[in-house]
Ligand binder design. Structure first.
Ligand SMILES: Nc1ncnc2c1ncn2[C@@H]1O[C@H](COP(=O)(O)OP(=O)(O)OP(=O)(O)O)[C@@H](O)[C@H]1O
Length: 355
């Protein structure tokens, strides 16, 4: 999937912009504070329905404006429109009709973002890595979202019962369904991680050839024990604590170098390369399994990477065959690949540059 046309109105410092990006490599360049990240943020918003920088959508509306509007026309002619009011009201339209759920946007526009915020994938707790695995499982199976949502609701209900000190019999009623959905989720996650590992091998051998990285899936409970036994055997402890300690909601992706957590062993540049490898692998698996291309947004590609690694990263992104948006301060920083289109951003004005 790619974006053929993108329009932004009153989005951060962009008053109005209409661009037709290339299907391949797009460079977005301009000085600090010109609006490059805002451009990527707008694309992200169209897929996820929120920002990757601020939890408050009001902050994204251009100062003194009542709302912002985003519109994208995709390569299959689908259209996505989002308008957000300062009051908090918002409208999301897909092909002119109100969208039923935000997940529909995500499945229309699979995206991977590589930005300074992406370091949370390795530096923060397991939540970000779980979301990372679930991105793949979500795109690989249309049933994933429904089952994942039901699992979360059931877990919430179980935790509520635990806090209310409900009887074991009452809780067991919920556990039966929780086990069913939880096991399904876990199998879907395992399958995705297996495919991801295959794709990762090749990419990591290029990005970090001398670093022995081990990647393993941790399902969230002792793998030698069945999930129903986990829920029943830990019931007493769960009741004492008032929440469910183990289960698929604790799943994680473990990344180790010489048996140590990757974040404790790798340099900042190596961590960035590992994150890039993980994100590119997501797109590679998606296109292998679903014959769908993922869009890559790369904010400040040049930072923390030497010239050789910048070239390698750009080449790998290009090889995915997906649409790529990369930001840089100066185009000379990334002159090693032929850009399909270049856009200059200056004080929120976005203009396509001809060579
Ligand atoms: N709601 C808003 N209304 C108007 N301007 C805003 C709003 N929010 C942020 N800005 C401004 O928009 C500009 C664009 O920020 P952005 O982060 O997109 O720049 P950038 O080109 O990525 O910069 P850098 O190279 O420093 O990362 C900044 O100058 C910021 O102060």
């Amino acid at each position: 999937m790619m974006i053929n046309k993108l329009q932004l109105n009153h989005f951060r410092n962009v008053q109005a912009a209409s661009v037709s990006p290339a299907g391949g490599l797009n460079l977005i360049y301009g000085a600090n504070g010109s609006g490059k990240t805002s451009f990527l943020e707008a694309i992200w918003f169209l897929s996820v329905g929120r920002s990757f920088r601020s939890h408050l959508s009001q902050r994204i509306i251009q100062y003194e404006q009542p709302n912002f509007t985003l519109f994208a026309k995709l390569s299959n002619d689908d259209k996505i429109g989002i308008q957000r009011q300062r009051s908090g009201d918002h409208q999301v339209r897909i092909n002119g009709e109100p969208a039923k759920r935000l997940a529909d946007l995500a499945s229309m526009l699979p995206l991977q973002l590589i930005s300074p915020e992406s370091f949370t994938l390795l530096l923060d707790g397991p939540k970000a890595r779980r979301e990372f695995i679930d991105w793949g499982a979500f795109h690989s199976d249309p049933n994933f979202f429904g089952i994942w949502s039901r699992f979360r609701r059931l877990l919430k209900q179980r935790n509520q019962l635990l806090r209310q000190q409900a009887s074991a019999r009452q809780i067991a009623v919920w556990d039966k369904q929780l086990v069913q959905y939880g096991q399904w989720l876990t199998d879907a996650r395992k399958a995705w991680v297996n495919s991801l590992n295959e794709a990762l091998e090749g990419i990591i051998s290029q990005f970090l050839p001398d670093v022995p990285i081990q990647i393993s899936f941790s399902q969230g409970w002792d793998s030698k024990t069945e999930l129903d036994q986990i829920y029943s055997s830990s019931l007493e402890r769960d009741l004492q604590l008032g929440y469910t300690v183990s289960g698929p909601h604790k799943a994680d992706l473990r990344l180790r170098v010489n048996k140590l957590p990757a974040q404790d062993s790798l340099s900042r540049g190596q961590l960035k390369l590992l994150i890039c490898a993980l994100k590119i692998a997501q797109g590679v698996v998606l296109s292998r399994q679903q014959q769908r291309q993922c869009i890559f947004l790369v904010d400040d590609l040049a930072s923390e990477l030497d010239q050789a690694r910048r070239t390698l990263l750009l080449e790998q992104l290009q090889q995915t065959g997906g649409q790529v948006f990369v930001t840089a301060i100066e185009p000379e920083q990334l002159a090693m690949v032929p850009w399909d289109k270049k856009f200059h951003v200056e004080q929120g004005r976005i203009t396509e540059q001809q060579d």
